[in-house]
Design a binder for this molecule. Sequence first.
Ligand code: SF4
Ligand code: SF4
Length: 450
Amino acid sequence: MPALTAYSDQPLAHPTPDTPAAERLWLALVALGLLALAVTAAAPAGLREPAFWLGLALLSAGALGWSWWKFGRDAGGVRHDYLWARASTSRGAVAWVTGVALTGFYVVLYWWPEYLENLIRPLDGLSQLLRRRPADQWFLYGTFYTLAVLLMGGRALLKYRHSPYQRVRTASVMFFQLGFAWLLPGVLLALQQPEFYFTYFWPLKYDYLFPGGVQALLQNGHLGAFMVGWGLIMSFVATPVLTYFFGKRWYCSWVCGCGGLAETAGDPYRHLSDKRREAWRYEVSIVYTVLGFIIVTTALLWLNTRLGGALLGRLSDEFSRTYGFVVGALFSGVVGVGFYPLLGSRVWCRYGCPMAAYLGLLQKHFSRFRITTNGGQCISCGNCSNVCEMGIDVKQYAQRGEPIIRAACVGCGLCSTACPRGVLNLENGPREGRYQPSQLIRAESLRILD
Ligand code: SF4
Ligand code: SF4
């Protein structure tokens, strides 16, 4: 009998299994769909419509078929198998190719939309039907975005169908994206009204409360005035009240389109969020700086308007343009979504979104929301930390039996869904006693401010 040694020539872990033939077939349909869309971008006029719709049909059929094959045939549940071994979900070659392709799409969309003309024109019919005008780059983007939320929402519904919370939450983001971020703004345009998004508020949709944005809306009679009032009430009344009762999850994980994309299309990458304490420090310093910038900019612009432009002159336009470029385009689009496969699904929500910062402050200091932990049951498997898209090391709290009260937590509930021992519960209890004394001492000594 050979002697037992600490090391062996044989690999210790199970190698990543080959992808089964049926799964390859569904993925091949997705690849063919993407190929057809790529061909559309360079196809002659007569070919572009059939290639475009064929591409979307193949992509949709492949994505839904793959989701059913992978998640629909046995009991639903959170699976971590080979997540950190597969090239697509462990920052391997497939993830890099996906990231570069997504980033490239955003760069072309923002700066060279003329190269997307062949993809935009086939949507003219749909755009005329919905908006009574030809399609443009933003209609193309909104349509692709909504399709991604619906298709990958279907995947999430199958994958997490064992959890009522996840089912309802996923259905909610799909509903708000389709109804309030795609259909309704289109119908408003068809009725010659402003293209208004009722699910985005200041400070995320900062220009809705900038003087120029308010003045533009007020030129549209009663409906414009209603939109301004809606924005004010949602930002300064409904947001604090709803966050007091439910935490920031009512918005970040149930309503917001950015969160909707992260929870559906971004779900395969949620484990990639950086859990290190340094990342937490960067998060706090960057996201609150963005919020501060928006507050100061809004105040300065209103002051400037009151003074008839004497304060900033033409600088006020520069302010809005610079913020729109750096944060609106570069951060939320190019980095926020383009880097999903490399940095995780909530980079924008965690580091850049001023609404998340505002909601986080409310959640941390003026809310009943917390995740309670039953430390005695924790087996330290780490499933909860692995699935946390906001980089929270949930296991650390669970092991100590401490409630989780973090500004960053978007209340997605996946940590609770993934826990095999029922340790974690999302609760809206009384504010008194949310913190344990040991947490207050530690927060003070670490100077963690969020
Ligand atoms: S702590 Fe749990 S509920 Fe909060 S963001 Fe992380 S996984 Fe979601
Ligand atoms: S709380 Fe649950 S999921 Fe997290 S480490 Fe403990 S047993 Fe595992």
